[in-house]
Design a protein around this ligand. Structure first.
Ligand SMILES: CC(=O)N[C@H]1[C@@H](OP(=O)(O)OP(=O)(O)OC[C@H]2O[C@@H](n3ccc(=O)[nH]c3=O)[C@H](O)[C@@H]2O)O[C@H](CO)[C@@H](O)[C@@H]1O
Ligand SMILES: C=C(OP(=O)(O)O)C(=O)O
Length: 426
């Protein structure tokens, strides 16, 4: 177990460049298996989940080098269509190897994926898509797919706009015979980025980013040279840190259009930020006051499928709200266990009422005090780091490796903007 020691109270000031989007890089690594030619991916974040995806791809037959955020990847032949239970359990996107294996070999065998424990995480959309495109599926705890005759495009309608199910279907349909139209598709920036990568490999995908995606199947994909977009969730997390500590921060490397809803939510918290084509600035010296809804009603911040507020931004935003004056309700609609960590904030002195597993009411501004805590998931872990940086005293955060699944070089990036944080070696 890795731990962090965090001293609160330091002034946060400076600039940070975010890494490539974790949730784009991971499905892209699975998608690269579709081509026999060399593919180059740039701006790949060097995080644990990426290493896991590369380990799996390597076992399946890919050869690659990964240095300075550049991944050179080639999979001439698939060596096996099975991914071990242990490998699958290491992250959520291991399940996305199903599509390229079925597409290239007509078979795949996988086990339940891992990933953050933030509530029930359905795979129904993945299986619906693969089966409708022509794969048989058997097994309960082992997922076995067979499509000896290949996959065939068709009309699909997801019962919910699942991010990874949409990605699974994009990867499966891009080389299926005929046209696939996917309704109620997810449109997150990482889904759009994956579609663009597949197009750079010769795919014919239109509509990504909207809720209807059309995919004209092509026979084969070729090599590519593609750069992953910056991580808007990492950007939002650092901006939440600046907002919570009254700091001043410039964030580089994220597209302004990926942060429009973030700006709306921060406006509601009374935090101003400026979006430019090449950077976001959160000016210092703000004393944020939560903005009531029209008529003086307590405002609500809720998450939802893109372009609504990302669920992955909720935890850091809750901590930011503890440092704003006024009252706001957070309604986490997507996951039922994500806001459990609010109990830890209460033990630090936050004025929070946990109404039920989905809703918490925060009244600020509260003086937080240092505690010892453990990171339950990537985003709650980052939220705890932010809370510790606002608190009086020195906090210890255990299970830091969970945070490193999603944040590259966290301590170095935080130290560079003034935070007092160090890794405790076991
Ligand atoms: C590797 C990866 O990319 N992981 C992300 C992906 O996970 P993942 O793809 O697993 O998440 P899904 O999009 O499938 O679903 C997220 C949750 O939202 C619920 N839901 C979803 C769609 C909808 O219209 N209504 C609804 O209630 C689902 O039931 C589920 O509880 O998307 C999540 C939601 O953005 C993010 O938190 C994860 O970081
Ligand atoms: C929930 C997340 O990741 P995963 O789906 O990989 O567990 C996340 O990135 O916040």
């Amino acid at each position: 177990m890795q731990s962090l020691r965090v001293k609160g109270g330091a002034e946060i000031r400076g600039s940070v460049t975010v890494s490539g989007n974790k949730n784009a890089a991971l499905p892209m690594i699975a998608a690269l298996l579709l081509a026999e030619e060399e593919c180059v991916l740039r701006n790949v974040p060097d995080i644990l989940d990426v290493r896991t995806m590369l380990d799996i791809a390597g076992e399946l037959g890919a050869e690659f080098s990964f240095k300075n955020h550049v991944l050179k990847f080639r999979c001439r032949d698939i060596r096996t269509t099975k991914v071990s239970r242990e490998m699958c359990s290491r992250n959520r996107t291991s399940i996305l190897f199903a599509a390229p294996l079925i597409a290239r070999c007509g078979a795949a065998e996988l086990f339940p994926p891992g990933g953050d424990v933030i509530g029930r995480r359905r795979l129904d959309g993945h299986f619906y898509g693969l089966i409708k495109l022509g794969s048989a599926m058997s097994g309960d705890e082992t997922y076995r797919f067979h499509a000896p005759g290949g996959l065939f495009g068709r009309e699909l309608f997801l019962d919910e706009a699942s991010v990874t199910a949409t990605e699974q279907i994009l990867i499966a349909a891009v080389t299926a015979k005929g046209k696939t139209t996917l309704y109620n598709a997810a449109g997150e920036p990482h889904v759009q980025d994956l579609a663009q990568l597949l197009n750079a490999m010769g795919g014919r995908i239109t509509g990504a980013g909207s809720n209807t995606i059309e995919i004209e199947g092509v026979e084969k994909l070729h090599g590519c040279d593609y750069t992953i977009a910056g991580d808007h969730i990492e950007a939002g997390s650092f901006l939440a840190l600046a907002a919570a500590t009254g700091g001043e921060l410039t964030v580089h490397g994220t597209a302004p259009r990926h942060n429009w809803m973030l700006r709306r939510v921060f406006e509601r918290l009374g935090v101003a930020m400026e979006l430019y084509s090449d950077r976001i600035i959160l000016p210092g010296g703000q004393q944020p006051k939560i903005q009531c809804d029209f008529g003086g009603h307590i405002p609500q911040i809720s998450d939802g499928p893109w372009p609504q507020y990302p669920s992955d931004m909720m935890s850091c935003s809750i901590v930011a709200a503890t440092q704003c004056t006024g009252t706001v309700m957070f309604f986490e609609k997507m996951f039922e266990s994500r806001i459990y960590f609010a109990d830890r904030l209460i033990s630090m002195g936050a004025n929070a009422i946990v109404c039920d597993p989905h809703r918490v009411v925060i009244t600020g501004k509260a003086q937080l005090h240092a505690v010892t805590m453990s990171s339950p998931d990537i985003r709650a872990g980052m939220a705890m780091v932010i809370a510790a940086l606002c608190a009086k005293g020195t906090s210890t955060i255990h299970s830091a490796e969970v945070i490193y699944r999603g944040y590259e070089n966290l301590c170095a990036k935080l130290t560079a903007i003034g935070a007092e944080i160090e890794e405790l070696r076991p």
